[in-house]
Write a protein that binds this ligand. Structure first.
Ligand SMILES: Cc1cc2nc3c(=O)[nH]c(=O)nc-3n(C[C@H](O)[C@H](O)[C@H](O)COP(=O)(O)O)c2cc1C
Length: 411
């Protein structure tokens, strides 16, 4: 007997079949370990070479398995994979190796028991939503409903080339693709019946997955857009939204958080705002500062330069940013400039945390600033540590108890 199919009548968001998953817990800052699956994480510094196993290759198995177990035991809520298909080279091979979205998430599911699991998937490389629904549905099922998916539109020209594309589509096209991808993914995650979907970018005929995710109504979705077009997509379709701010002040983060909460409310939706945070902490501010100084002195200049080129920041002799296909032409000579033409502050920000909110200091300073971010509307933090095994242990022993003293994360 032929099964009846459902014709998808929605192609773009907002689309929340069965409603939005629960996002918030009162007085609770959601704590995530970020970038555990990528070589050197957010540290572009030759300091990692002082002890490569500890600072650079924590992503390797079984080190990463141990790190995930430590993260769970320390009281974190989740881990978040950094989605990378290539890195930036330099003396440290910054981000040049990583566990992919499918293997990393399945391995994390099998290694842990209660930790939330965010995997990061690029929608721009034309993976069919059925493939992604199948993999994520099965991973969520295996983990007992712990998976969340960070959907990134993709914007890295080198990776578009790796997948055989000549160029990066415009922001409008990237986020139209993401919107349609997300709609079909949500249908496949939640429907009892096979789906017929006739979109501009994706078609599916009688498509269905089994097992479906254990999470009800569906796994959480995250997004890290920065552009207004991207943020609109994120507020319509996703649940946890990454924010960054040009100046690393709590006020700037409060402004970004308010903007996203307001934008989502226009679509009758809620979002959980998440900041990426780079952490170096110790018993005293001075001890943490000494480590920060060391990492800063050792910044991997070649890796930063490659990052700048890949993300379209390289300038011409008139200090205008060069488009990717102009990079060989009239390039500004920065050989005498220790900061590659971008200024000391931005150079240091990239080396230590790639523009993340920087959290350096004693356990008290770190707990105070996390509480301040929460107060400012940042409900989740994606923490990346120079020294991940130690950082996770410091969170469990010193910072989470201090958050409790400040009225947060009591259970
Ligand atoms: C905190 C944060 C995390 C991100 N994580 C990833 C990632 O794991 N993989 C990736 O390819 N891009 C990642 N991005 C890039 C974003 O997906 C996005 O493309 C970028 O912020 C530019 O925004 P736009 O796409 O709206 O122009 C991240 C960005 C931010 C701010």
């Amino acid at each position: 007997m032929q099964q009846t199919t459902i014709k998808a009548d929605v192609l773009r968001g907002p689309f929340d079949p069965g409603g939005q998953p629960a996002l918030k817990q009162k007085d609770h800052m959601h704590l995530s370990l970020f970038a555990w699956n990528v070589r050197s994480g957010l540290s572009a510094s030759k300091a990692v070479l002082a002890d490569p196993d500890r600072y650079r290759d924590f992503w390797r198995w079984p080190s990463a398995a141990k790190l995930l177990k430590e993260t769970e035991a320390a009281g974190f809520d989740s881990e978040i994979q950094y989605g990378m298909w290539s890195g930036y080279g330099g003396a440290t091979g910054w981000n040049d190796a990583s566990l992919d979205f499918a293997t990393g998430a399945a391995a994390a599911a099998a290694t842990t028991e209660k930790l939330g699991l965010f995997t990061t998937i690029h929608v721009g490389y034309e993976f069919h939503p059925l493939l992604i629904a199948k993999i994520t549905g099965a991973t969520d099922y295996i983990s007992g409903g712990r998976l969340a998916v960070n959907l990134v539109a993709a914007q890295n020209v080198g990776d578009f080339h790796q997948f055989g594309f000549d160029e990066v589509p415009s922001s409008d096209v990237r986020y139209d693709i993401a919107d349609e991808f997300t709609t079909l993914l949500k249908y496949l995650w939640s429907s009892d019946e096979p789906i017929d979907f006739d979109g501009q970018y994706f078609q599916a005929h009688g498509a269905q997955i089994n097992p479906r995710p254990a999470a009800n109504p569906r796994p959480l979705l995250m997004n890290a857009a920065g552009s207004d077009r991207g943020l609109e997509y994120a507020c319509k379709q996703c649940d946890c939204l990454f924010v960054t701010a040009n100046d690393s002040s709590i006020e700037a983060y409060a402004g970004r958080a308010k903007k996203l909460h307001d934008m989502a409310a226009k679509f009758d939706r809620e979002v959980r705002v998440c900041a990426m945070v780079y952490v170096v902490m110790d018993e005293t501010d001075a001890k943490a500062e000494a480590t920060v100084d060391w990492i800063r002195e050792e910044i991997d200049r070649d890796a930063i330069e490659n990052w700048l080129i890949r993300s379209g920041h390289v300038m011409n002799s008139e200090k205008k940013v060069l488009a990717d296909d102009q990079i060989g032409e009239d390039r500004a000579d920065t050989s005498d400039d220790p900061y590659l033409g971008i200024g000391e502050e931005y150079y240091n920000e990239l080396g230590l945390g790639m523009g993340a909110y920087r959290l350096f200091g004693s356990y008290d300073s770190v707990a105070d600033q996390l509480a301040g971010l929460y107060e400012a509307g940042v409900e989740q933090v994606a923490l990346c540590f120079f020294d991940p095994h130690r950082g996770v242990q410091q969170m469990g022993e010193h910072v989470i108890p201090r958050l409790r003293e400040r009225g947060l994360n009591r259970v």
